[in-house]
Design a binder for this molecule. Structure first.
Ligand SMILES: Cc1ncc(C[n+]2csc(CCOP(=O)(O)OP(=O)(O)O)c2C)c(N)n1
Ligand SMILES: CC(=O)[C@@H](O)[C@H](O)COP(=O)(O)O
Ligand SMILES: [Mg+2]
Length: 620
């Protein structure tokens, strides 16, 4: 059946009785392919029928489907002729795990971060109407993503604009882990209502049985915006905002879904389809543990066990352990996550200290201001967050935290290149955006012991402080380099002359190797661990410029606004003769792929960096 799907709309040539078999083949295909490449399995298994139904009703690429986060767009990729791309899913040069306009005309909008789909869809709708075009716009948002503030800003706007717009709420009662919050509770209540079609039938029968009510009246009620549901479930959140609510709809039943989409297309104004699905549907291990199969590396299909079990502690593990230890000593310490308790390691903290743990939903902006409030009230909050997701809370960091110099600690995980998630998830801007903020202290550890020391430093520090560390295994080399972390001070590891290499955080391994290769080639080279990106250790810089002609900075952050530029600016300002060479990522969005490959592609691998340093030094 899958072979008959070569391009968009091919699914329409299948007979209705063939569709369940296609759904089964898609599931089998997804499990097999993702077991090899890794990817977002559970969310994709949950939306197979939903996606098929949309592709049966709508006409792509004319109609626009916008996937919130986009991690669930794999079936959409299959149905739009990209099946072969799954062999290289998320690999460098291969197919992205998220929708990409540059990949297909059927991908209407690039996503990766949550809660943007209703805004983007509404923009499309207005563009369509302004240009008198004729197409449908469908934004597909999950119940987890509906915890994000932007979704409500967009719903608010949609209800005023009253334009034809379809919002699909894919409700599987899960974010990455269990979904949280009042909206989630509200949806749970709606879920327990009868399914829409049954309900409609039921009410129609009742009306038919009332002698004075005939078919025309039933038809009129059916067509009114208030809908039959309104008679049964009053005061609905969406209806009261002026958004027609259709649901709950059984999301694994293709004919039901097709009927619902056809009905939604006829309704005037914004309409929300509340679709109930099961995360991980059809693959036992993923149904049982959807959080484990949300984003997963290669695994064994028979058991669901990972192909490459973790051997070493990650930086995230170290963070979790130190937080738990410190919380035992300090009852003012609290931890916040924006729906990432597993990814940030805070699940362990939640188990031990549930009262001091806050999962605020996918709400990074709120999390930061909430942390500011906690701090103002005398608690020491630590917001553990991925580097790329913290981007959206820039104003809250300035306006609510740093301006008042409040002691909020940011544990910035997934800093630097994250790899296979690609452009939207690379944590390559944080040194730039954090170091522009007055009062903010910015640190980065070179190895696991230094991370532990920095976390203790951050907890004790009486002001805003951010510690950035990468995804994956923590460096456990050179435990002997462990001098105390002192505010604003870098760490001299090897002192020589001629060339001084200053590295930031996890570029330690590469910097050590660069120094080794330089020495083997006969150069003298000092090695300094920056530790603090803000404030700069200007005393160390003054000292280095006395003995070194070339100062090299190494960081896994974009060059613009990064550590190297701050060092350059300081040396220019102070009239130093030393030359600075900045080794950083280019000012570009960096695609998906293995981190080692990406470093090579961007010139942050040991060989390229060593060659560049030698070349420049020879010209001095
Ligand atoms: C701004 C932002 N914060 C966090 C994430 C990480 N994240 C990706 S998917 C997800 C859960 C989404 O839940 P839902 O929308 O219900 O989709 P499901 O996985 O259940 O299909 C989270 C928290 C993100 N992508 N963007
Ligand atoms: C889609 C999304 O935003 C998350 O699922 C993300 O892919 C998690 O990344 P990690 O695998 O680094 O936790
Ligand atoms: Mg969900």
């Amino acid at each position: 059946m899958l072979e008959r799907i070569q391009k968009a709309n091919d699914i329409k040539d299948l007979k209705p009785e063939e569709l369940p078999e296609l759904a089964q083949e898609i599931r089998k295909f997804l499990v097999k392919k993702i077991s090899k490449t890794g990817g977002h399995l559970a969310s994709n298994l949950g939306v197979v029928e939903l996606t098929m139904a949309m592709h049966l009703v709508f006409d792509l690429p004319k109609d626009k489907i916008i996937w919130d986060v986009g991690h669930q767009s794999y079936t959409h990729k299959i149905l739009t002729g990209r099946k072969d791309g799954f062999d290289d899913l998320r690999k460098y040069g291969g197919m992205s795990g998220f929708p990409k306009r540059k990949e297909s005309a059927c991908d209407a909008f690039d996503t990766g971060h949550s809660s943007t789909s209703i805004s983007a869809g509404l923009g499309y709708v207005c563009a369509r109407d302004l240009q008198r075009e004729d197409y449908s716009v469908i934004s597909v948002i999950g119940d987890g993503s509906l915890t994000g503030g932007m979704a409500y800003e967009a719903l608010n706007n949609a209800s005023t604009l009253k334009k034809n717009f379809i919002i699909v709420l894919n409700d599987n009662h899960m974010s990455i882990s269990e979904n949280v919050g009042g909206m989630s509770d509200y949806l749970a209540k709606l879920r327990t209502a009868d399914f829409y079609t049954d309900l409609k039938k039921g009410v129609t029968t009742v009306l038919h049985n009332v002698p004075v009510v005939g078919d025309p009246v039933i038809e009129r009620i059916r067509k009114t915006k208030s809908s039959l549901k309104q008679l049964i479930v009053p005061g609905m959140f969406f209806e009261d905002m002026g958004i027609t609510y259709l649901g709950p709809i059984q999301g694994h039943n293709i004919p039901t879904m097709v009927r619902a989409f056809k009905e939604a297309r006829k309704i005037e104004g914004p309409v929300l389809l509340h679709v109930i699905t099961k995360k991980g549907k059809g693959y036992g291990p993923a149904e049982e543990k959807p959080e484990k199969f949300h984003g997963i590396g290669p695994f064994r299909v028979e058991t669901g066990e990972p192909e490459n079990p973790k051997k070493k502690d990650t930086y995230t593990d170290v963070f979790c352990k130190v937080m738990c230890d410190e919380a035992a000593r300090n009852d003012k310490l609290a931890a916040i996550t924006a729906a990432m308790e597993d990814g940030t390691g805070l699940a362990g903290f939640r188990k031990k200290y549930p009262d001091r743990f806050f999962d605020v939903g996918i709400a990074e902006e709120h999390a930061v201001t909430f942390a500011a409030g906690l701090a103002a009230g005398g608690i020491k909050p630590v917001f553990a967050v991925y580097s790329s997701f913290l981007q959206r809370a820039y104003d809250q960091m300035i306006h609510d935290v740093a301006l008042q110099n409040l002691p909020v600690m940011f544990a910035v995980d997934r800093a630097g290149l994250v790899g296979n998630d690609g452009e939207t998830h690379q944590g390559i801007f944080d040194l730039s955006y954090l170091s522009t903020i007055p009062n903010m202290v910015v640190l980065s550890p070179k190895h696991k012991w230094e991370l532990a020391d920095m976390i203790r430093f951050g907890i004790a520090y009486d002001g805003p402080v951010a510690i950035r560390y990468p995804r994956g295994s923590a460096c456990d080399a050179c435990p002997e380099f462990r001098s105390p972390v002192v505010y604003g001070k870098s760490e001299m590891l090897y002192e020589e002359r001629e060339i001084a290499v200053i590295f930031v955080g996890h570029m330690f391994g590469e910097a050590l190797e660069v120094r080794k290769q330089l020495k083997e080639a006969g150069y003298h080279c000092s090695l300094v661990n920056a530790r603090f990106v803000k404030p700069l250790d200007t005393e160390m810089l003054d000292h280095l410029t006395e003995q070194h002609k070339l100062i090299v900075t190494i960081e896994e952050n974009v060059r613009s606004g990064g550590f190297g530029e701050h060092v350059t600016e300081y040396l220019m300002r102070t009239g130093s003769d030393a030359r600075v060479q900045i080794l950083a990522l280019p000012d570009e969005y960096i695609e998906h792929g293995n981190v080692e490959v990406l470093r090579k592609e961007t010139g942050l691998d040991v060989e390229t960096m060593t060659a560049k340093i030698r070349k420049l030094y020879e010209t001095l």
